[in-house]
Design a protein around this ligand. Structure first.
Ligand code: NAD
Length: 511
């Protein structure tokens, strides 16, 4: 693999590094007394979290949330005897929240040997991580990791006893998948040229990854090649992670099968929409305590997350303006009664700006300089590069941290803006993410995807959830909301050309 090819794939990495905050991770406990450097590619730790004493609080919250996650509970009932994941090593890289703890315990109930890291430096609920560590499940996550710590945690989650890798991966945003692919490329480069390429990227996070991979390479120059044959597949949680996988399929670099959980109707049409409809406001209000009614909110992007975000702000009595590049989504926004404008034309009108695009450089430094005094800027898309945080931090604006995940920037002319969660997803950085019930729909799909991969061991490619299973996930959750589903008669089923028990829609149907 030549240098050019190597550079091409690094482009899919996102950009900004968060500033070091004053809240350092001095409290992180490893639960490991042994300090000796091992020969293994990483020192094998039983867990690495903020504080094991939080386990009781975490367990209480898990007990409460389990009642709101009927999908996961039903899957436990269905599969805990047959244990379809028994004998499989499973790595998770997904926000370490209370809901994720319930997902982890479901995967364990189905027999998997689990190791877990978060997929964002701010999204861990420390009590959830503690409750999981208490059960002796290796978990590597705490709220407020540095980038170095974040990628070390991902490597820990990917490294089982004797340096074995996972058979199965649950990924959210594609970071675990990315580390494996980048490690593999680095080894290919070394095998071809007899040396490692120079680190040329100027992007801080990419430098962190490159340095980590060089450390691994020093310990074992064939580590990633040796673990890849054991990988059966990955199930990917979110839009941005699926976009990364699709790029890998296009340039023929995907090394193992992938299951697209995001595009199950019971994931993206619920979590992305109804989840964000509640958790966006939660994040903004917990961090700023601002009154939303009457404010002008600019929502950039009107996909599933944008729709939920715009609806949310409207429901609080905000005036909502939408920006879009896609005429279909723009027309949808207009016909919902939202004003559709270009961002540069509404900078002096918005009190709150929210990015929801999964794209980069949506709010630039130039934009931020032109915003109204006291404007609030945040992102609910997967990566922080929707907002030019790096450029803002390097600019002459003075940064004051009001509290973790709430920063005020004062520009030279005295104008101030607030940035939430350092541009990372505001609902997980400033609040606790989506509520349990909607995560039950998402995570039921994750479990079904893992069972599918373990059972079928498919060829490399991207797979979708069959519509019938999607309908099954919805059916389980309907009961919880006391909703009565109408049953088709045989005559009706024949008339519309479906089976009485579904599937009721063609794969192309968009909901
Ligand atoms: N925070 C969360 O809890 C959460 C939950 C689900 C998804 N996500 C993430 O949110 C992001 C969006 O997900 P989605 O499912 O809504 O994706 P989507 O593809 O449905 O929507 C994104 C929209 O942004 C628009 N867009 C792209 N570039 C734009 C630009 N320059 N200006 C204005 N609009 C632009 C696209 O046309 C599209 O309509 C992804 O990164 C996804 O991974 C976050």
């Amino acid at each position: 693999m030549g240098e050019h090819r190597y550079k091409r794939s690094i482009k899919i990495l996102r950009g900004n590094m968060r500033l070091q905050t004053t809240e350092k991770n001095k409290l992180v406990k490893t639960g490991n007394k042994m300090k000796k450097q091992s020969k293994s590619i990483v020192e094998s730790l039983p867990f690495k979290i903020k504080d094991i004493k939080l386990a009781k609080l975490g367990r209480d919250k898990i007990d409460i949330s389990e009642k709101e996650m009927p999908g996961l509970m039903e899957l436990r009932r269905k599969y805990s005897k047959s244990k379809p994941l028994k004998g499989f090593r499973l790595t998770g890289s997904l926000h370490m929240t209370i809901e994720t703890a319930i997902l982890i315990e479901t995967l364990k109930d189905l027999g998997a040997d689990v190791r877990w890291a978060s997929c964002n430096i701010f999204s861990t609920q420390d009590e959830a991580a503690a409750a999981i560590a208490k059960t002796k499940t290796p978990v590597f996550a705490w709220k407020g990791e540095t980038l170095e710590e974040y990628w070390d945690c991902t490597l820990q989650a990917l490294t089982f006893k004797n340096d074995l890798g996972p058979n199965l991966i649950v990924d959210d945003g594609g970071d675990a998948t990315l580390l494996i692919h980048k490690g593999y490329e680095l080894e290919n480069y070394f095998n071809k040229y007899g040396k490692l390429p120079k680190i040329t990227t100027k992007v801080d996070e990419e430098v962190v990854i490159e340095k980590l991979l060089r450390k691994v390479h020093k310990k074992n120059s064939n580590h990633w090649h040796s673990i890849i044959p054991d990988i059966i597949g990955v199930s990917e949680e979110t839009t941005t992670g699926v976009a990364r996988l699709q790029q890998m399929v296009e340039d023929a670099s995907l090394l193992f099968p992938a299951f697209n959980v995001n595009d199950a109707a019971t994931k993206s049409k619920f979590d992305n929409l109804y989840g964000c409809r509640e958790s966006l406001a939660d994040g903004i209000k917990r961090s700023t305590e601002i009154m939303l009614a009457g404010k002008t909110v600019v929502v950039c992007g009107y996909g599933d997350v944008g729709k939920g975000s715009a609806q949310s702000m409207k429901s609080y009595g905000c005036k909502v303006i939408v920006t879009e590049i896609d005429p279909i989504c723009a027309l949808q926004a207009a016909m919902e009664g939202f004003e559709v404008r270009r961002l540069e034309d509404v900078l002096d009108r918005g009190n709150i700006f929210v990015t929801t695009t999964g794209n980069k450089d949506i709010i630039t430094l130039k934009h931020m300089k032109k915003m109204k005094d006291q404007a609030i800027v945040c992102n609910i898309g997967h990566f922080d590069n929707e907002i030019q945080v790096d450029a803002l931090n390097k600019s002459s604006a003075k940064r004051d941290q009001i509290k973790p995940q709430l920063d005020r920037y004062t520009f030279k002319n005295g104008k101030q803006i607030f940035l939430l969660a350092e541009g990372r997803l505001v609902n997980l950085g400033c609040a606790t993410g989506h509520a349990s019930f909607v995560m039950s729909t998402s995570f039921s799909n994750q479990v079904l995807a893992q069972v599918f991969l373990a059972k079928n061991k498919p060829k490399t490619g991207i797979y979708d959830l069959p519509r019938k299973l999607d309908e099954e996930v919805a059916r389980i959750h309907l009961k919880h909301l006391d909703a009565d589903l109408t049953k088709l008669t045989k005559k009706q089923a024949d008339y519309i050309g479906v089976k009485i028990n579904g599937p009721y829609k063609k794969d192309e149907y968009r909901y």
